[in-house]
Structures are given as C-alpha cells and as structure tokens.
Design a protein around this ligand. Structure first.
Ligand code: ATP
Length: 209
C-alpha cells in the first residue's frame, strides 16, 4: 500500500516527520509520497513552492520509503484531494491518505469526501488537543466508516505557524525540525521578520479539499 501525505510544509517539522514514520510502520507502507500543496486562496502561504519542496526533501530524507512529489506544485492550480488520489491510484494502486486529526475534523467540508474515501482509505493521526470522541462521531456518519483508521503518534506539539513566528522573533528551531531543515531555513534566511516583505505575494496555498 502507498501512503499519501499532503501539506503546506511551510516549514515541515518534527510533528510531520513523526506522523510519516508512524504511518509507514503502522500501515506497513511500501512507499510514502509526500506532497507539498499548491496555491489556494484561503490559506496564506508565502514561501514559494520550490522552497517548500526543498524543505520537504530535507525533512523526509530519513523516513523509510518516503519520496517527495512536486505533482501538486507543478499543476499551478490548487488540487482537490480527489484529483490527487485519482492520479496516485492510477499509478500506485491501493492508497491510504494520511492526515492529522485537525484535518480530519474538517473532512465533511472537503470536495466530495465520500468519493475520496472510495479511492483511498484515510489514516488519521491523533494530534495533541483533539478530542477523539468528536472524531469517532464524524467517522460514524460516513458511508463506510471502516475506510477510516485512527493511529496514535507520539505527540509533538508544534505547528508550522508557531515555527515561523519563532524564527521571526529570532528563536531557535533546535529539536523542533530535523537538523537539515533548520540549516536550510537559516541558509535561505526564511521567516525572518525582515524577509517577510520580500517573500510576500509569491504564492498562496491550501488546506485539503
Ligand atoms: P500551519 O501551522 O501553517 O497550519 P501545520 O503545522 O498544521 O501548519 P500543515 O503543513 O498544514 O502543517 O499540515 C500538514 C499535515 O500535517 C496535516 O494533515 C496536519 O494535520 C498534520 N500535522 C501538522 N502538525 C502536526 C503535528 N504536530 N503532529 C501531527 N500531525 C501534524
């Protein structure tokens, strides 16, 4: 089975890597395809796609079976999860689409969620701060709840937003992102308060949909 894992990855962090590692093990994945997501109007992502691609390649380099795909970025338009899973299914067969609990909480707002579930199972990682009862209720409302599996990950209470703010304040990313990611962020001067104006307007981005 092939795992799919999409995100803005602006920047990728240890929570993402923990999810990826746990999923590879839990679902005995042959491969895990990581997708930095393309442009979408409702989320403000200023870091160019090529940069997020480099960061993701550095972040997931040591995860067994992981590869980073530029498919969504190359399309130049926001991709619905439905389109990505359709494309991936033709290529790799059986799929499991991986998300954090926060993404699953909004699953009913995705574009044609039931069709997504026909094309891919959904692997939902439990993330700190989320109440599992609500997630179970949501799963129970689906046509085939058995298509959704929850898996526990060692909690890493970090978000990309918080990391960008931390860098802007001059803080360190040690222990929060893989070392190669920290190095790239420093080398490229990403997320510094003074660089945000330059970076602005380059790209937008997406949640799943
Ligand atoms: P932002 O703070 O910018 O919203 P984020 O840290 O949530 O970003 P995304 O790139 O939007 O990161 O998330 C990609 C995927 O990773 C989503 O499915 C999300 O639920 C999951 N995820 C994000 N942070 C964590 C974490 N700390 N632990 C486990 N999963 C996470």
């Amino acid at each position: 089975m092939t795992g799919l894992f999409g995100g803005a990855f602006d920047p990728p962090h240890n929570g993402h890597v923990a999810l990826a590692r746990a999923a590879v093990e839990r679902f005995a994945l042959e491969r895990l395809v990581v997708f930095p997501t393309g442009v979408a109007p409702h989320k403000d992502v200023r870091t160019p796609g090529e940069v997020r691609l480099r960061l993701a390649r550095a972040a997931f380099a040591d995860v067994p079976g992981a590869e980073v795909s530029d498919w969504e970025l190359r399309r130049g338009v926001p991709s619905y999860t439905l389109e990505t899973t359709r494309w991936a299914g033709e290529r790799w067969g059986e799929l499991i689409f991986l998300v954090g609990a926060d993404q699953f909480a909004a699953f009913e707002t995705w574009y044609r969620p039931e069709e997504v579930l026909e094309l891919a199972r959904l692997g939902v990682a439990t993330r700190p701060g989320y109440d599992r009862t609500r997630l179970e209720e949501l799963r129970g409302r689906l046509r085939d709840p058995s298509r959704v599996e929850f898996f526990e990950i060692e909690p890493v209470a970090v978000s990309s937003t918080e990391l960008r703010e931390r860098v802007a304040r001059g803080g360190s990313l040690d222990g929060l992102v893989p070392p190669d990611v920290a190095r790239l962020i420093a080398d490229l001067g990403l997320y510094r308060a003074e660089s945000s104006a330059e970076a602005a307007g380059t790209l937008g981005e997406t949640g799943r949909g």
